[in-house]
Ligand binder design. Structure first.
Ligand SMILES: Nc1ncnc2c1ncn2[C@@H]1O[C@H](COP(=O)(O)OP(=O)(O)OP(=O)(O)O)[C@@H](O)[C@H]1O
Ligand SMILES: [Mg+2]
Length: 498
């Protein structure tokens, strides 16, 4: 239960970057024992505000009180020592160290100069158990799937005995069951009087877990809401401002003709056995399923990114995706799930990143002007918010990085099949609409689209047909214009048609 004791008070926070004012006088007040949601469109300033709280950035103006005392951490280490733990959107674990080393980085139990390894492993194990993670603490983080890394990052916050725990979009990387586990952890943390600041673009989640919410818009506090008496519509209105309109899916002719992509079978022993999926030019086929049902594996297999037996045809010609490079030559494009690892070069500019696939040569050999010219349209159409095409991708907000990944393939053109894996994770409502509009536009040019998403409502709104994957097999196909969402959801969960 939340009481009304004020745990954290940030007021008048200003943060300027060259060319942008990221925060322009933000106020945020969080109570002890409260789950406080921080909401706002992509680029609104949520992550920047949390980096200031953590001690990663210094504010240009403003003050912070923590339990009534002035607080101004010079480094993340100082922030953590004062009881602030931040789990970043782009997780900051060290991939070459083990889980246990990461969990107790700089805080390992010691005996004189020696790390007490067994004790460290024990503490790490306890923390992992608390978040319901069962992988060994000796695993190098590099070898963990993305959801397991997210759990590791949360466990790390637990070992720090923090007063305020910030979770920057955990649901962007977690599956449904992992998220349920994280919600349990959040509830037990707040029951102990700790405060949680929770960032998410998914309103159902916010309504489920949050007590109050602060909405940021363009670097300012647009409102503070009590979630027991506020609806999601009101929150979204505060985020986007009244003027902007959200697009609804437009009616379009049902695609016909010969299949562009015709998958007879994709087989990865022990993991995946999918048969008989066809996608016509102009068609968007949605892939629904629970976490681990095989959607990502299917897309990666088709893209030649993992070893698999693929029997498929592209415009009637056998498709042999031996490697991603071969797949790209054949006209396939994949927007992967984890943009940080697979999609972008964070140290290069927005336009160079977006131009990479189009030019097919190392981006540093490309004249900057060429990059800016050929990418301008795609970046504008997707509404990428940056200080300019020369800004480094690593400096964009998480959602805007995701848009650059798609801009890359739009710029390239010549795509025959577009494979999208959870493309809207981390995107705000308006940005989702922009993205689907672009995907439909690509389809309109004859591209065949396979779209994997955990958001069933997005699939029913945007896909022409939906295939449901369950435990590695495609168990049913639906026409979302005919089948109600509840029926499809039943199949997603049980693997059987009602
Ligand atoms: N290191 C940086 N250098 C320059 N600009 C930056 C830097 N970090 C953030 N920005 C800019 O500050 C603004 C706010 O970004 P921030 O990451 O805080 O947004 P956000 O609300 O977390 O968005 P998202 O929902 O997409 O994660 C953006 O315009 C971003 O490009
Ligand atoms: Mg962010």
């Amino acid at each position: 239960m939340s009481d009304t004791t004020e745990r954290l008070h940030m007021s008048g926070i200003v943060k300027r970057f060259p060319g942008t004012v990221a925060l322009d006088g933000v106020d945020l007040s969080v109570r002890a024992g409260e789950v406080h949601c921080l909401l706002g469109e992509n680029g609104a300033g949520k992550s920047t505000l949390m980096k200031i709280l953590a001690g990663s950035y210094q504010p240009d103006e403003g003050t912070i009180l923590l339990d009534g005392e002035p607080y101004r951490p010079a480094t993340p280490h100082a922030g953590l020592a004062a009881g602030i733990a931040v789990i970043y959107q782009e997780l900051d674990l060290l991939p070459d160290l083990t889980v246990a080393q990461n969990l107790l980085l700089g805080r390992a139990p010691r005996l004189g100069p020696f790390v007490r390894r067994a004790r460290r492993a024990g503490l790490a194990r306890e923390a992992l158990d608390r978040v319901g993670a069962n992988f060994p603490v000796t695993t190098p983080v590099r070898e963990l799937p993305i959801a397991a890394r997210q759990l590791t990052a949360i466990a790390k916050a637990l070992t720090a005995d923090a007063r305020v725990i910030v979770m920057d979009e955990p649901s962007a990387t977690l599956g449904e069951s992992e998220l349920a586990r994280v919600f349990e952890v959040i509830r037990s943390l707040t029951a102990e009087g700790r405060s949680v600041i929770f960032i998410s673009h998914r309103m159902e989640e916010v309504m489920e877990i949050g007590h109050r919410a602060t909405v940021l818009r363009d670097g300012r506090t647009a409102g503070v809401f009590d979630l027991s008496s506020t609806g999601p519509g009101e929150l979204v209105a505060a985020m986007i401002g009244e003027a902007k309109e959200l697009v609804r899916p437009t009616a379009h002719p049902a695609p016909e003709g010969e299949p562009r992509l015709s998958v007879e079978r994709v087989h990865v022993p022990g993991l995946l056995d999918v048969r008989g999926i066809e996608v016509r030019p102009g068609e968007i086929v949605g892939l629904a399923g629970l976490g681990g049902a095989g959607r990502t594996t299917l897309l990666r297999a088709l893209f030649g990114d993992i070893k698999a037996q693929v029997t498929a045809r592209l415009d009637g010609v056998p498709l042999r995706p031996g490697s991603p490079a071969a797949a790209v030559r054949a006209g396939l494009a994949l927007v992967p799930e984890s943009r940080k690892e697979q999609g972008l070069m964070l140290g290069l500019s927005v336009s160079r990143n977006a131009a990479i696939a189009a030019l097919g040569r190392p981006p540093w050999l490309m004249p900057g002007r060429t990059g800016r010219r050929i990418t301008a349209d795609a970046l504008t159409a997707l509404g990428v918010k940056s200080a300019g095409p020369g800004q480094l991708v690593g400096q964009l907000s998480g959602g805007n990085q995701q848009k650059v990944v798609l801009a890359k393939w739009i710029t390239r053109g010549r795509i025959r099949v577009l494979l999208l894996d959870e493309p809207t994770r981390g995107l705000d409502v308006g940005a989702k609409a922009d993205l689907y509009r672009q995907v439909r536009h690509l389809a309109g040019q004859g591209v065949a689209v396979l779209l994997a998403s955990s958001e069933l409502n997005e699939l029913t709104a945007n896909a022409d047909r939906i295939q449901v994957l369950y435990e590695g097999r495609n168990v049913a196909g639906f026409d979302p214009r005919v089948s109600p969402e509840s029926v499809i959801a039943h199949t997603v969960i049980t693997g059987a048609t009602p």
